[in-house]
Design a binder for this molecule. Structure first.
Ligand code: COA
Length: 708
């Protein structure tokens, strides 16, 4: 397989063959050659078609084997039934990269043909982009090896798209919006090359300031997470992922031949990676344009300058939503803006110039804000009034933006009728970040701050987790020997101990005598639970007794449990009972870990009971994760304040939660036979008092599933 450093041959090829090059201008094979020629590609172009001849000044070769030059990239645009033969010829020729434009493979169920091509390519040292793509544009070469529009505007935004049609449309839209591209790559069926490999090139590409990805489904999620974490430390990455709704997910699945992961998990993992997830293409493009054109703010203080109270309040709400910090040193604000604001206005933040403000008044206020070092970014807003003249709006905002853009981030939002809308369109075309919707404007500033903060995120080394590998291995082996795919309660508790996760003291007792001895050893009150592989739902079977205060209660409960369970399932094989310490009350939380089909090992955290069951107030992360990431994951749930202590309660032991999340993740990660671990509840006590894993469920793979 090719080394990643060789991905440069895809973005910077020195020679390109177009197989299926046609003299018919209606055909895709013609369009690709035309685009390569008109993109001023400096390397060699080799159109290939058995008919021979000449195309746009280039000799057509009847076979790629006739070309004497080395070929870095071959674009293939012949019908699906001939494609594999062409791939084989490319193999013989020693081509490095194949961009297979042709449709008709896994996306329509023709998986076999696609697999054949990939495995042949792998064996012969070739990598495949696609199939089912519109091609690749790279500004560094420069080369437009697509059948989309020619004359792509150069710039700093790179796009990776799984949807070809949307990608082609984005070429047009970015041009219309005055967004320049450093690259646009169509990944189609992702039979071989995926986003992760392309990102490896783009994160170090000097021409690319922002990367925008349109994703439908992910195949190698673990690899993607690892590269995204590195990439966002260098440049912002914006993602739009379709398939949020169940309907959308179905459409995406049939479109790409790969299943989209659950949306909540995807969202949380993107946050973990520092990726900016946009809701729509419009939003993604707005963000990408802003991020690629705007300097990073020097600090967190933003100021709103407005001519209307209502829009100012909306902006304050939007700032909170997008994490933009409004500067609140009112003394400094007063001294800064006192000459720019009339007596009946406000120098507080929002700075209200009032409805009488002319564009020249805005100019004074913005210049003042630009000069003040305590102010790091500016939000300029306006509602249409009789004194706002659209001509001066256009010229003044354009010149303010030109001056300010290298100094401080600034966004604009103006709201009004036709003249205002026309001015906004005019200014946007000039590259000014101006919107009629104040939320759109502030979301741009919000993502700029997120990506700036991301650069400062701690790169904490993963701590080695102290778990007893040998003991856990033995527990798993014993369960497998017994032909089970689930651990009995005492086995799961033993595993917790081996993972150094605190749990209630508990002892397996095979008869009443052992049970009474166990209770004495543990100390009353105790809990007793049936142990039988045939009784999964212990409470339903009457197999659980809580809060047993003394020997008499224990004997009664033992007899009742055995009687109930035998009645519930006469054929059940009963091992005995588990006698455990009755744990003190605390805050119940749930921690889980499982193998996600897209992202591999993931961990989940939430508050127990109604918070998880009804409100689904949980957060997810991909494993491995460090304790800093685990802390953010804990803070993310809505019910987080409960852990900080409400109504006089003490703060809970969050360190213990972090520790348990990391250990549960580590166990699942290190033992591939485990599919699921769930602690529900983990009872958490006040700070420095720890937590106890009260109920633990651990599932294993069916051996048969693993062998598949
Ligand atoms: N080597 C070189 N050229 C070959 C060839 C071979 N082994 N076999 C056929 N050709 C030539 C054909 O003779 C033809 O040239 P001509 O116009 O001179 O006759 C050219 O390749 C194209 O073949 P043709 O049969 O005319 O196919 P087409 O151009 O109608 O369609 C595709 C080819 C690839 C465009 C089509 O099969 C396809 O997949 N279209 C969908 C593409 C798409 O949407 N991709 C995803 C975008 S997001």
């Amino acid at each position: 397989m090719r080394k990643n450093s060789e991905i440069k041959y895809l973005f910077e090829p020195k020679s390109i063959a177009v197989i299926g090059a046609s003299q018919n201008p209606e055909k895709i094979g013609y369009k690709i050659v035309q685009n390569i020629v008109s993109s001023q590609f400096r390397g060699n172009i080799y159109p290939i078609n058995p008919k021979g001849g000449e195309l746009l000044g280039n000799k057509i070769y009847s076979s790629i084997l006739d070309v004497e030059d080395n070929i870095d990239l071959a674009c293939i645009a012949v019908p699906a039934k001939y494609t594999f033969d062409v791939v084989k010829e490319c193999g013989k020729k020693g081509v490095k990269y194949l961009a297979i434009i042709t449709s008709g493979f896994s996306e329509v169920g023709n998986l076999e043909e696609e697999k054949k091509m990939v495995s042949y390519a792998k064996k012969n040292g070739m990598r495949i982009l696609g199939p089912n793509i519109f091609g690749i544009y790279s500004s560094i070469a420069p080369v437009n090896a697509t059948f989309g529009p020619g004359n792509i505007k150069r710039g700093n935004v790179a796009i990776i798209t799984q949807s070809g049609a949307l990608g082609i449309a984005m070429i047009g839209k970015t041009k219309f919006e005055n967004i320049g591209l450093s690259a646009i790559v169509s990944v189609g069926n992702k039979s071989d090359l995926e986003e992760a490999e392309l990102l490896e090139y783009l994160i170090d590409d000097k021409n690319t300031k922002v990367i925008l990805m349109y994703i439908e489904g992910i195949k190698k999620g673990e690899k993607l997470v690892s590269i995204l974490k590195q990439a966002t430390k260098k440049k912002p990455i914006v993602v739009i992922k379709s398939g949020r709704s169940k309907r959308g997910a179905q459409a995406a699945a049939s479109h790409t031949g790969s299943l989209a992961g659950a949306d909540e998990i995807f969202s949380d993992i993107m946050k973990q990676c520092g990726v900016l997830r946009a809701e729509s293409i419009e939003e993604a493009l707005n963000w990408s344009k802003f991020l690629s054109n705007t300097p990073k703010p020097m600090g967190e203080n933003a100021v709103i300058i407005t001519n209307g109270g209502g829009i100012g309040v909306m902006a304050a709400d939007a700032s909170e939503k997008y994490g933009v910090n409004l500067y609140d040193d009112f003394e400094v604000l007063k001294n800064t803006f006192k000459d720019a604001v009339p007596d009946f206005g406000s120098t507080k933040n929002p700075v209200d110039l009032t409805g009488q403000a002319k564009i020249s008044d805005y100019e004074i206020a913005i210049n003042t804000a630009l000069k003040n070092k305590e102010i790091h970014s500016i939000i300029c807003l306006g509602c249409e009034t009789a004194v706002i003249n659209s001509e001066s709006l256009k010229s003044t905002i354009k010149s303010i933006y030109k001056r300010s853009r290298s100094e401080k981030p600034i966004v604009f939002s103006f709201f009004g009728g036709q003249e205002i809308e026309d001015s906004i369109n005019f200014l946007r075309r000039k590259g000014v970040p101006i919107f009629s919707d104040v939320y759109e404007a502030i979301s741009c500033l919000g993502v700029l701050y997120i990506s700036k903060r991301r650069l400062k995120d701690k790169v904490e080394q993963l701590k080695s987790i102290n778990i007893d590998f040998k003991k856990i291995n033995q527990i798993i082996k014993d369960v497998q020997k017994d032909n089970r795919t689930f651990l009995l309660s005492h086995e799961a508790q033993n595993l917790m101990q081996a993972a150094n996760i605190q749990n209630p003291k508990s002892i397996l007792a095979r008869n009443l005598d052992e049970a009474t001895k166990a209770a004495e050893e543990i100390g009353y009150p105790v809990v007793m639970k049936i142990v039988s592989k045939d009784i999964i739902h212990k409470s339903d079977a009457g197999g659980v007794a809580l809060n047993l205060a003394d020997k008499k209660e224990l004997i009664d409960a033992y007899q009742a449990i055995i009687y109930n369970c035998k009645k519930y399932k006469p054929e059940a094989h009963i091992v005995g009972v588990e006698v455990s310490e009755m744990v003190k009350k605390g805050t119940e939380i749930i921690i889980g870990s499982r193998r996600d089909h897209t992202f591999g090992p993931i961990v989940m955290f939430g508050l127990g009971g109604i918070y998880v069951e009804i409100m689904k107030d949980v957060s997810f992360r991909a494993y491995p994760l460090n304790s800093h990431e685990a802390r953010i994951m804990i803070k993310e749930i809505k019910s987080y304040p409960l852990l900080l202590g409400v109504r006089g309660e003490k703060k809970k032991d969050i360190n213990s939660i972090v520790d348990t999340i990391l250990k549960v993740g580590a166990v699942l990660y290190n033992f591939p036979d485990i599919t699921d671990i769930e602690i529900n509840p983990l009872v958490v006590y006040k700070e420095r008092h720890g937590a106890k894993a009260v109920d633990v469920r651990i599932l294993l793979y069916n051996k048969g599933d693993l062998d598949e």
